[in-house]
Write a new protein. Structure first.
Length: 174
């Protein structure tokens, strides 16, 4: 009986390992924090005909987090992030609704009138890829705004996984 249990346990491990090795790669929207600070991240996207914003993901220094799971359904995604430790933010000119606490907000109009904050998100053009990774990087200098890192990473690497490196704008955190 003990030999049967060992054999069954051994086969279970082999089958599990085989399933893991042969499963397809996941397609997700990920963000990697390549800074020495903790950051708070929110994301905006259009799902069918409705704009939505979601937040906050707390991403530790030098770590990555999956923001949206599954194949990407849109070409453009929007990110707004705050540096919790040193202040500053990664922002842009696409204004969407946020709030201080965890949120999912439908619609991007009349943020203040609906009781939300209005934050500027930066645009990510995924080129309709099914998977994408954004990398937030340390600032290269004060007052430079949202800029690509010195590596010129606004040109994404080859498929299947794409990324954009962005440094934060200087300024106060919210």
């Amino acid at each position: 009986m003990l030999d049967f249990v060992r054999l069954a346990f051994g086969l279970g491990i082999c089958l599990s390992a085989t399933a893991f090795v042969t499963s397809p790669a996941f397609a997700d929207f990920r963000l990697c924090n390549k800074t020495s600070s903790r950051v708070g991240v929110s994301v905006g996207y259009k799902d069918h005909e409705t704009w939505s914003t979601e937040g906050w993901w707390n991403v530790g220094a030098n770590s990555c987090e999956t923001l949206l799971r599954g194949p990407l359904s849109a070409r453009f995604y929007y990110v707004y992030a705050i540096d919790y430790d040193r202040g500053g933010e990664w922002n842009g000119k696409a204004y969407m609704c946020t709030r201080d606490k965890e949120f999912t907000i439908k619609g991007i109009e009349d943020c203040l009138a609906r009781g939300y904050d209005r934050s500027g998100f930066f645009e990510i053009d995924t080129g309709e890829q099914k998977s994408w990774t954004v990398q937030l990087t340390e600032p290269t200098g004060r007052g430079q705004g949202v800029k690509p890192s010195a590596a010129g990473a606004l040109t994404p690497p080859p498929a299947p996984d794409r990324r954009v490196d962005l440094a934060p704008a200087s300024g106060d955190a919210r």
